[in-house]
Design a protein around this ligand. Structure first.
Ligand code: PLP
Length: 447
């Protein structure tokens, strides 16, 4: 019996009763390697002593102060910490309680930026199919996952789409990555022309596409070209790094690897590492200035923005990542993970693509490698892989609908930054067994 409306009403969830480093522990005493950080959240693993100490200390000082009355030392310190390492041009940060709220804030900031400048006619956002930006109505509105949007479509804001930048399925066989990147970015320019540049507010994109595509990085040069197109046409670039940011790809911000800085950038998940609900929207100087010289405010707000406990958690997580040089480990273990995935799945008949960066990897499953044909979506292979992995003491983040929101299966990996070499080996070993078992079960079920 439960009084909770769980995600899946008919599923019996094990109870998490403890955590220790890279492991979560259930009520039966079973240990699970958290190889996906939940959904790319737990970058420091579980029960990290530095974060627990910071939370206890903050609780003893002040647990809550509404931001329309007060600021707090801890929120200001977090702002300093984040801006000290922000993408170039960023001057301020707006603190919220998660990824969807960070995206909502970015969308409203972008609209208000143009209102402050007297450009009231601007009303369109452009984003990409197969992106995920959150589940609140505004974030879902710009999201490109057909399945998540379908039943809410009549109440979502109008949005305009271009294709994702997804080499495995969109690059022509004899096209270079660079040429594909230019071609994919040209779609944005065409869409801006179609809508009229003066009507467009912003282009919204995940730097590395996470949940819906499975850790797909941009083609070489794609994001730089996108940045130029936005600048040339006077529209804002919003990069959503809620999943891929805060060190997940081996640099603190994923866009650093593409040499690009957006006008607004969202982060969450790894920001607080799961120790408290927190997200943030980075604001570029020109956006901030438009507000400061105009209405003098951002017309937005939630009860829990800048919550002191959430700020304390995020500050402790970010200081730990920086002081313990954990991004070096993300890079080293990331290279190991990449090699181990290739070694295990290079010749696997049902693994079509392995892609990612840092400790953020996706494995795309196919029924047939030659034709890239997906498994029948009705079979929900991704769900079977998830339970086969759980049975083997492994948490991974599989998802269906990779190709178009309906067909396609992938598994997302996002292990904690504190992983050692033995943990990476164990993750790939158990993942291989889980994938093989799930596919074998399917075949057995066919007969
Ligand atoms: N943006 C991206 C890229 C995400 O991956 C997610 C969550 O998976 C969100 C936004 C929404 O974040 P939250 O679930 O914290 O609201």
């Amino acid at each position: 019996m439960t009084r909770l409306l769980h995600r899946q009403i008919h599923h019996a969830y094990p109870r998490a009763v403890g955590g220790e480093g890279i492991h979560l522990i259930d009520a039966a005493g079973r240990r699970y390697i958290d190889a996906s950080g939940g959904a790319a959240v737990s970058c420091l693993g579980h029960q990290h002593p530095a974060v627990l100490a910071a939370l206890h200390a903050q609780l003893d000082q002040v647990a809550y102060a509404h931001t329309s009355f007060f600021t707090t030392d801890v929120a200001e310190a977090l702002g300093e910490e984040l801006l000290a390492q922000a993408p170039s041009g960023m001057s301020h940060v707006y603190l919220v309680s998660g990824g969807s709220e960070a995206v909502e804030a970015a969308l409203k900031m972008a609209r208000q930026y143009f209102v402050e400048r007297g450009e009231h006619q601007r009303r369109y956002f452009i984003s990409r199919r197969q992106s995920y930006h959150g589940n609140t109505l505004g974030a879902l509105g710009v999201g490109g996952n057909a399945w998540r949007r379908a039943q809410f479509a009549p109440i979502l804001v109008e949005n305009h789409y271009i294709d994702p930048c997804y080499e495995y399925r969109y690059r022509h066989p004899h096209e270079t990555g660079e040429a594909y990147g230019v071609r994919a970015a040209a779609e944005l320019e065409a869409k801006i022309h179609e809508l009229g540049a003066a009507n467009v507010i912003a282009f919204v994109a995940e730097t590395v596409v996470g949940a819906t595509l499975g850790a797909v990085p941009p083609a070489p040069g794609y994001l730089a070209r996108v940045r130029d197109i936005c600048t040339e046409h006077g529209i804002l670039l919003i990069l959503d790094e809620v999943m891929c940011g805060m060190g997940r790809t081996g640099t603190l911000h994923a866009c650093a690897q593409d040499g690009v800085a957006p006008d607004l950038m969202t982060v969450a998940k790894g920001l607080g590492g799961g120790y408290a609900p927190i997200g943030a929207t980075f604001v570029a100087r020109h956006v901030y200035d438009a507000f400061a010289k105009g209405s003098g405010m951002f017309q937005h707000g939630h009860t829990y923005v800048g919550h002191p406990l959430a700020c304390a958690a995020a500050l402790a997580v970010q200081r730990t990542v920086r002081e313990e040089r954990l991004l070096d480990n993300v890079q080293a273990r990331g290279t190991q993970l990449e090699q181990a995935l290739h070694a295990r799945f290079r010749d696997h008949p049902h693994v079509g693509d392995i892609r990612g960066r840092g400790l953020f990897w996706g494995v795309e499953l196919v029924a047939d490698r030659g034709s890239k044909l997906p498994f029948d979506p009705g079979r929900r292979l991704h769900a079977d892989i998830k339970s086969a992995a759980m049975q083997r003491g492994l948490m991974v983040y599989p998802m269906g609908g990779t190709i178009d929101g309906r067909a396609g299966d992938h598994v997302l990996l996002a292990p904690p930054f504190i992983c050692d070499a033995a943990a990476i080996d164990a993750i790939v070993l158990r993942l291989g067994e889980a994938i093989d078992a799930a596919i074998a079960d399917r075949r057995a079920g066919d007969h």
